[in-house]
Ligand binder design. Structure first.
Ligand SMILES: Nc1nc2c(ncn2[C@@H]2O[C@H](COP(=O)(O)OP(=O)(O)OP(=O)(O)O)[C@@H](O)[C@H]2O)c(=O)[nH]1
Ligand SMILES: [Mg+2]
Length: 281
């Protein structure tokens, strides 16, 4: 087996840590061993104890206090410190030579879209440590209520995807909140079909409402951006309902597929092969 990593990214509060826990619970339930790597220097509570924790190297609270920095500047400082202290990462990762690691990232999207920090880190994991990496980007289902917000979310997902340059899966999280209160009639009325338009962004859905809310001088720009997203089929989302194990399982199998997990595993010999202890019936 090789080394595999899932990068769980997305805006603040989009459900990254909850998704990490759901993935770990599911992996354990099917007998797979996975490890949590907490990459958020401000994280406080964990459902599963991380095997690797950036807070053992540096914590945001200490940085803010000692360097007199605000939360965002402090976070950038933490990551620059990590990149300057790769020996620590080397020691920590050295214990997981043949493993599957789930990396819970901080929610500041500047880390993926404005600064090359996460890109540098994924490159290091790939090139120096031979990890096969799949990035996931979570956007919460409430974004579907407001099309301009959704449009901005699609662009941020695309920006993260283009910057990270690894196999990428966009996830629409907190789908349990959408389904809640939905009556059978509503479902029949095509609510689900309507949602499909958000999972695979429909250019008409995006541009129509976004243009109705923005200054006419931006209409052609909106149209051009939507066309770009559509022409290259660059962004689509998979729905995630953490309360449904099948939904978590489906996402995990897409991630596995993206990083070819298990494809280079040797076939296992049946247990009784070397003892010659075969059933004779
Ligand atoms: N209903 C519902 N609530 C969720 C789900 N996922 C997360 N939440 C809630 O959303 C809030 C944020 O969840 P987290 O998992 O901490 O989100 P996060 O992306 O890790 O947040 P940061 O690390 O602060 O950026 C918490 O109150 C969770 O209980 C979900 O699938 N369904
Ligand atoms: Mg979190």
């Amino acid at each position: 087996m090789g080394r595999y990593a899932v990068l769980v990214s997305g805006p603040a509060g989009s459900g990254k840590s909850t998704f990490c826990s759901a993935l770990i619970t599911h992996a354990h339930s099917i007998g797979r061993s996975v490890h949590l790597f907490n990459l958020d220097p401000a994280a406080e509570r964990f459902e599963y104890q991380p095997s690797i924790d950036i807070k053992e190297l540096i914590s945001l609270e200490d940085v803010m206090e000692e360097m007199n920095l605000g939360p965002n500047g402090g976070l950038i400082y933490c990551f620059e410190y990590l990149l300057d202290n790769l020996d620590w990462l080397d020691d920590e990762l050295g214990q997981y030579n043949d493993d599957y690691i789930i990396i819970d990232c901080p929610g500041q999207i500047e880390l993926y879209t404005h600064f090359p920090i996460m890109t540098k880190l994924t490159r290091i994991l790939q090139d120096q440590y031979n990890f096969k990496i799949c990035a996931t980007y979570l956007l919460e289902s409430q974004f579907m209520d407001d099309k301009t917000k959704y449009f901005a979310g699609v662009l941020s997902a695309m920006s993260a995807m283009i910057n990270l340059e690894v196999p990428h899966l966009n996830i629409m999280s907190k789908m349990d909140l959408v389904e809640k209160g939905e009556t059978a009639e509503e479902a029949k009325a095509g609510r689900r079909r309507e949602m499909e338009r958000y999972f695979d962004p429909d250019p008409l859905l995006l541009v129509g409402e976004v243009n109705s809310k923005t200054n006419p001088k931006f209409h052609s720009l909106n149209q051009a951006i939507v066309q770009l997203i559509d022409d290259f089929s660059m962004v689509s989302f998979m729905p995630l309902d953490v309360t449904d194990e099948d939904s978590v399982g489906t996402i995990l199998s897409h991630i596995d597929n993206a990083i070819q997990y298990g494809e280079d595993e040797e076939p296992k010999e049946p247990k009784n092969m070397d003892t010659g202890d075969f059933d004779e019936d």
